[in-house]
Write a protein that binds this ligand. Structure first.
Ligand SMILES: [Zn+2]
Length: 82
């Protein structure tokens, strides 16, 4: 997968993806962000489903790292291999 998309006027633009960004337990927003670029030995996974684990619900633990994208238990397909 190429991380650049061609537009109608042939100007490349960054590929983007939607993510659920955690700000606090009452504020999770759908936002657009750039598709990560991978390096040698890494995989880019197109996420199909993601679980929310018990530690994701502990606001005192997560709030220090906010804003962040939750979900470390995923399933998906390999989109690119580095
Ligand atoms: Zn977990």
């Amino acid at each position: 997968m190429n991380s650049k998309l061609e537009t109608r006027n042939s100007k490349p633009r960054e590929a983007s993806m939607r993510v659920a960004v955690y700000y606090n337990n009452r504020d999770v927003r759908l936002e657009e962000t750039a598709v990560p670029r991978i390096g040698p030995g890494e995989l880019l996974i197109r996420t199909r489903a993601s679980g929310i684990c018990g530690s994701d619900l502990m606001e005192w633990y997560r709030i220090k790292k906010a804003p962040l994208v939750l979900g470390h238990e995923i399933t998906g397909e390999v989109a690119e291999a580095g």
